[in-house]
Design a protein around this ligand. Sequence first.
Ligand SMILES: *Cc1c(COP(=O)(O)O)cnc(C)c1O
Length: 458
Amino acid sequence: MSQNNIPYKTYLEESEMPKQWYNVRADMKNKPAPLLNPATLEPMKFEELRPVFCDELIKQEMDDTTPYFDIPQEILDFYKMYRPSPLVRAYFLEKYLDTPAKIYYKFEGNNTSGSHKLNSAIAQAYYAKRQGLKGVTTETGAGQWGTALSMACSYFDLDCEVYMVKCSYEQKPFRREVMKTYGAAVTPSPSNQTEVGRKILAEFPGTTGSLGCAISEAVEAATSKQGYRYVLGSVLNQVLLHQSVIGLETKTALDKIGEKADIIIGCAGGGSNLGGLISTFMGEKLRGEADYRIIAVEPASCPSLTRGRFAYDFCDTGKVCPLAKMYTLGNGFIPSANHAGGLRYHGMSSVVSQLYEDKLMEAVSVEQTEVFEAAVKFARVEGILPAPESSHAIKVAINEALKCKETGEQKTIVFGLTGTGYFDMVAYQKYNDGEMSDYIPTDEELEKGFATMPVIYK
Ligand SMILES: *Cc1c(COP(=O)(O)O)cnc(C)c1O
């Protein structure tokens, strides 16, 4: 089977782990647009962001020029508990598809939180601790971010307050309990605990919540208390910076086995795993050193890149956050129930949005039943039960491998397997029982979302 002696799994030595994060913005000609103060429409200044975010993280957020940031030793030590993560050659999937393509996946699900989100959670908790803060607040959609953050906070002995989108809170009681086990306080959102939560509840009684809404609550909770800051699990530049560890390891592992990627695929919710996976490859592309096809995959039910607008919008439903320029469906867009909870965000990272706008990468959308079909195939041949979010990338990797079968090309496909799906068994049950449906918003429905964007930026 291993004709060319490439192992099934390539692990790096601990000594080969990256010691620095890579900041792709340093190599971008067109920098991502800055966050704007919604009152003045001027770029947010360091001082203005200080009540919300930790100081060191604001510096990382605003730095478009420094290519490498040292990873502090405490974070490297924590990374060693679950990193380097394996780069897996999907021999069994290749055989099943009968494709000449070589398929690799970078598996980020091998930690208790079950996803890549721990890479940034531990960094954000570290900087909060170093600043002497009491705790952090955050939102969580599907629950992976909240879980990762609660693990990171318990490691550094910080309070962790999580606003969890209500439908997930109800659908995923076990996620909730993992967070509580690590010491986090978990509140279903929208809640009565914040002003913005009460306002949303009054306007939309019976709403099962959204990420944008939970963000508003978490920001309010952080800024209304002494010694707390808000942290976010995706979208922001700093999160992509921390996630660059995924791509750096992938590149080192590929180099080690003498392999070069042709196509790199990642699922895209807020854009952090994708931004992290592609970082160093995109850097080579931007500097003209190599070329790669890079594909973002999003759900057809929440198609920010493929059907959204590239404009300034609020990051949250309550409009308490700064404005970000990004591909967006409008801050008031509430996606239909979709089982890939981590991909239900109305916007997209400014970095990924700018790279997409500059045609340095592609985007496609896929429907959830075809995604679960791919997930089940993958689980049966490769053994890992994938997260629904990750399965979006699996679906497109399979599509590309099948194209190679038609053309006879032996392309090398690398995709990000961002997490495991053990907490998504309600979704798998729906699929297994033939009760899963697809929902694609109509143009009229999207217009309603666009109508919620700040007027001057339409
Ligand atoms: C959160 C999450 C995603 C999507 O978030 P990004 O910021 O777009 O990476 C993808 N996969 C898993 C498993 C997740 O938990």
